[in-house]
Ligand binder design. Structure first.
Ligand SMILES: [Zn+2]
Ligand SMILES: [Zn+2]
Length: 323
């Protein structure tokens, strides 16, 4: 079968990759549609050392087989990406997405979805409601990551929110915040991308320098979805004392954080990664969030390498791969 393989950063479409065989508790899935995200691009740039696997963790697929779980066969599904052992100390405490033994679809020790077929633990799957199209369902994983911002926000955080980053994830977070009754300001560097958000009724502001970022002040909550570690001290400067910074960027870069500013202003910094699938699917089914305006391009799996190149261009939002 075909599979987009990343070998320590080198990308190639393999045409004779062995089809995986599901073990008990796993499902064999046939890809309907996959989305390319910043994490896929970061993996090809060395975000994690020595990663060699099939990429892809945003998908909608059909269940072909599921030994011991035959009722799933034929269902159209999306799936969570972290595997959990179910018995380590973290799993026992409910931290299943942080399982000490975890593997992560298309990211860590588990072949991903940018292939004709791939495996998922059955426990990670969710049926897609009939009224949610493939082009909506393929956004479930990043939309869940966007909902994680609300899950991870302290209840006393306040409502003045500024969101940095007009890319894929920033766009989804802005839509989630707006859908849930907030009025965030989305700050970015790309006029065309900000226009996509503005068309969804989101307040936007174009900036081109650190000084312009720092001109935003006294926010209760700042969210970093810039995809880069560079602006983090400027973003910190936008918060009121005891304000909350939520970090969504996973970057290959390291950065220097101004810790004195964190202590003096008693800021709260929260890392936020994967989020709740049920909430994301419900929002799609109810039409609360429509991610489809984010689709920049569609490519067949045979052109998956080209799809990755296009996804890496600054003007691209979501690039889909459709077998
Ligand atoms: Zn992703
Ligand atoms: Zn575990």
């Amino acid at each position: 079968m075909r599979a987009l393989y990343c070998e320590e950063g080198d990308l190639s479409l393999r045409l004779d990759y062995p089809q995986p065989q599901p073990r008990p508790g796993e499902a064999l899935l046939r890809l309907r549609m996959a989305g390319i995200c910043g994490t896929d691009l970061a993996l090809t740039r060395g975000y994690k050392d020595g990663v060699s696997l099939v990429l892809g963790h945003e998908y909608v697929a059909d269940v072909i087989s599921a030994p011991g779980h035959e009722s799933w066969v034929g269902q159209r599904v999306v799936g969570e990406i972290n595997t959990a052992c179910g018995h380590c100390a973290r799993c026992s405490r409910g931290l299943v997405t942080h399982c000490a033994e975890r593997r992560v679809l298309g990211i860590l020790d588990w072949d991903g979805a940018l292939a004709d077929t791939f495996l998922s633990p059955v426990a990670n799957l969710y049926p897609v409601p009939a009224n949610v199209s493939d082009e909506q369902a393929v956004f479930t994983e990043p939309l869940a990551a966007a909902y994680a911002v609300l899950r991870d926000m302290p209840s006393d955080a306040g409502e003045r929110m500024v969101l940095f980053g007009d890319g894929r994830l920033g766009q989804l977070i802005a839509r989630v915040l707006a859908a849930e009754g907030f009025d965030p300001l989305l700050v970015g560097r790309h006029a065309a991308k900000l226009a996509v958000a503005a068309a969804a009724g989101i307040r936007t502001q174009l900036v081109s320098s650190a000084a312009e970022i720092r001109s935003h002040a006294e926010y209760d909550v700042a969210i970093d979805a810039t995809g880069s570690a560079q602006a983090i001290n400027d973003i910190l400067a936008c918060l009121r004392p005891r304000g909350v910074l939520i970090l969504k960027t996973t970057s290959a870069q390291t950065t220097r954080l101004d810790l004195a500013a964190v202590v003096v202003n008693e800021l709260r910094i929260i890392g936020s990664r994967c989020g709740p699938f049920p909430q994301a699917l419900a929002a799609l089914a109810a039409g609360k969030v429509d991610p489809r305006p984010l689709i920049s391009a569609r490519y067949p799996l045979a052109q998956a390498e080209q799809a990755m190149r296009v996804a890496a261009q600054a003007e691209s939002l979501k690039v889909l791969v459709i077998p």
